[in-house]
Design a protein around this ligand. Structure first.
Ligand code: ZN
Length: 150
């Protein structure tokens, strides 16, 4: 069973699973962090290249289920060009989206991330969706170690 509140959302996730964007090692990255979800076996590395306080480029590579891979793919698209502060805000909002919590002050998540709203119906998949985001957060906060969701 795939999370997703409708067929279109499922299709977006499957398409990003088949053809993940920015799915490569980033040469000359400023930050790198690894994320591991032992419950599902998702294991990804996230690379970040900074220019000042802005994310100039971001990539990820590894293996995992469709949810985790699609989450990483859409994350890299969303975060590229953002400031570190904006990116960390997006990590927080994504976490709230997939756990079904309301966003502060009526804040919105970008439309392309809303495909993950259905994940809240599948608690065991929440950690799949948030894994790449946890790794991104660790990279942005310069904690160079493996992040486990457990
Ligand atoms: Zn998974």
């Amino acid at each position: 069973m795939m999370p997703g509140s409708n067929a279109l959302y499922q299709e977006v996730i499957l398409e990003h699973n088949r053809k993940p964007r920015n799915f490569r090692k980033l040469d000359q990255a400023d930050r790198v962090s690894e994320g591991f979800n032992p419950l599902c076996g998702d294991h990804f590395t996230v690379w970040v290249k900074l220019h000042g306080d802005r994310v100039e480029d971001v990539s990820f590579l590894g293996s995992g289920c469709a949810i985790s891979k699609a989450a990483g793919s859409l994350m890299t698209i969303e975060i590229k060009g953002k400031t570190i502060a904006e990116a960390l805000t997006m990590v927080e909002r994504f976490q709230r989206l997939v756990t079904g919590q309301s966003l502060d002050g009526g804040a919105m998540v970008p439309e392309r991330l809303e495909v993950f709203a259905g994940v809240k119906e599948f608690p065991s998949r929440v950690k799949c969706a948030t894994l790449p985001w946890h790794a991104l957060k660790a990279a942005l906060e310069a904690r160079e170690r493996t992040v486990s969701t457990e």
